[in-house]
Design a protein around this ligand. Sequence first.
Ligand code: PLP
Length: 429
Amino acid sequence: MDQSFLIKPMLDAQYPIIDYGKGIYLYDTEGKKYLDAASGAVTANIGHGVEEIIEAMHEQAKRISFVYRSQFTSEAAEKLARKIAENTTGDLNWCFFVNSGSEATETAMKIAIQYWQEKGIHTKTKVLSRWMSYHGITLGALSMSGHTGRRARFVPLLEDFPVIHPPYCYRCPYNREAPDCGYLCANELETVIRRIGAQQIAAFIAEPVIGAAGGAVTPPKDYYKVIKEICERNGILFIADEVMTGFGRTGTMLACEHWDVEPDIVALGKGMGAGYAPIAAALVSDKIMEPILVGSKTIMSGHTLSANPQSCAVSLAVLEYLEKNQIIQEVESKSKYLREKLERLKEQFTFIGDIRGKGLLIGLEFIKKDTDKKEPFPRELQATQKIVALAQDNGLLLYPAGAGMDGINGDAILLAPPLTITTVEMDEL
Ligand code: PLP
């Protein structure tokens, strides 16, 4: 093609055209093969070309592809909502389906605000968050996102919701080590609540494992216990943004399970449709629905394609596929295998500063070679982008994370291959 009229992320770059995908591999029209070690953007969780999903899409398309949610529901949407409720811990029994992670976090934010309104409290409208976070690109979601690079252009339109440091132990701003650190970064939340006033704050939102903005930054053991306790004591809801971590990515259905913390609202996305269809959701607990069910009896949000039967049928098939093949149960042992290999690389290559993450959401942070001071590369070098581009040239797809994009952390990548990756494929990776 001589000229493209498609708006792509980098308008002056040449993008290969993908012809087809099978399992963890993609093949472009020039015949080049790529090992997708990032599942696209941590999305293609069961790999490409899975027959069962294609079959489910076909079957649903033969029956009905679209109904408008204000007039009808569908069997696919009803079944999916029930199955998600059965597969999540606590009383996250209500599902609001949307089409992207940004819509999911923004819906979560609106439901949190509505919850307080239904209880007669109209001042609680802020949703606090952390720096080094990403909750989506629409204005509400971006307001909650502590990703300086993505905020920069729109700052005048955004709320100042990111208020506390992330649990970034590799470069702790307090120069302390967990668990003896007193969880100072979590306790910042208490200080901010005092300053702003709990009467203004509806909720606090966090990614259980920080993905795009940090490179699988994983908090120490009791971090979320401290956060949840502060939230509860101050009458502030806890929203878990599991858009990247949900649906098994870290070895449990929701990553929050690792810390034994029950969120009031959860945002899901990416892995829900595993790239086969756009679908995301806000999961809402009974406690949050209670005043809404006796109050206005409606959620002031929604999109034309919310609860789209085609997308719901795909997500249902993904969930059944995960279950049938015991895929989530195997994530931990695969993660162990891959991380042992990576640790060996780290010994060999001193520019790998840190390896972290949960399950098959693994982050590698890079530092200047042969330094023991965790010295990051200068930002203008754009090391992450160069590493990712070089890997792609060599047929390996990585996800650029954190780093150079945020200003407060180093260069990092995410390794997040499809959860279906085999041992032989991990060796190749
Ligand atoms: N939340 C998290 C944790 C994400 O990683 C992302 C996307 O990377 C989003 C929200 C936004 O999702 P989407 O790009 O589907 O709008």
